[in-house]
Design a protein around this ligand. Structure first.
Ligand SMILES: O=C(O)c1ccccc1N[C@@H]1O[C@H](COP(=O)(O)O)[C@@H](O)[C@H]1O
Length: 220
């Protein structure tokens, strides 16, 4: 059974990046989206990215960022992965995938079985789909990072057409159950690892990584 991949997202300080690396995260997420409390400027993201050892991948997360700004951010930060968390089209993703060495991930708000099946349209345009909770108006304007869980039952025993990961309201307390129920090959957490909105808690980062590493998917 391959090890569960662990992405810790929304990091903004050297201390939390180092803590995530030490705790065993396989991916570090940098959010470049001005509306987010976890937004990081390109130059700061580039500095954090340089702290990572080769075995830990940098994920740049953007939301409907225009092509020119995307190109500038990619050039400065040189991430391994670009996670698109807005309403980016299949065509746009395919263009990026076919013209770069980046891994391209597409976040999809998972409401029901229909959204799960429709996510397959990204099969040739993205390397991985990240299932997140659908964003609600009551959760604020953010398309992600709201700490909302999705209905894990949708993913139980589903035959995925492409690589995938699970996001949405994951915490040190629920990540083992999330892996057990869904068999997620990658778990992605942000707000559940904070002491206050936008401020990561090193203790919670460590506890999350440990719980994810020790979790076993249920045998089906
Ligand atoms: O973290 C943010 O602020 C954010 C903003 C805009 C889009 C996505 C964002 N975060 C990503 O959303 C999911 C779920 O996050 P959470 O664990 O429920 O807080 C995850 O991929 C975050 O990286």
């Amino acid at each position: 059974m391959p090890e569960t991949l662990i992405k810790i997202c929304g990091l903004t300080t050297p201390e939390t990046v180092d803590a995530a690396v030490e705790a065993g995260a396989t991916h570090i997420g940098l959010v470049h989206f001005p509306d987010s409390p976890r937004h990081i400027a390109i130059s700061d993201a580039a500095k954090l990215r340089q702290r990572l050892p080769r075995h830990v991948k940098a994920v740049l997360l953007t939301v409907n960022l225009d092509p020119k700004a995307t190109a500038l951010a990619l050039q400065a930060i040189e991430p391994d992965v670009l996670q698109l968390h807005g309403s980016e089209t299949v065509e746009w993703l395919k263009l990026i995938k076919d013209n770069s060495k980046l891994e391209v991930w597409k976040a999809v708000g998972l409401k029901d079985r229909g959204t799960l099946e429709r996510a397959e349209r990204f099969k040739d345009a993205a390397h991985r789909v990240i299932y997140d909770a659908p964003s609600h108006a009551s959760a604020g304007a953010l398309p992600g990072g709201n700490g909302l869980t999705l209905d894990w039952r949708l993913l139980m025993n589903y035959r995925h057409a492409m690589d995938w990961g699970l996001a949405g309201g994951l915490t040190p307390d629920n990540v083992a159950d999330a892996i057990r129920y869904t068999g997620a090959p990658l778990v992605d957490a942000s707000s559940g690892l904070e002491s206050e909105r936008g401020v990561k808690d090193i203790g919670r980062i460590k506890a999350f990584c440990q719980a994810a590493r020790e979790a076993q998917p249920a045998q089906v």
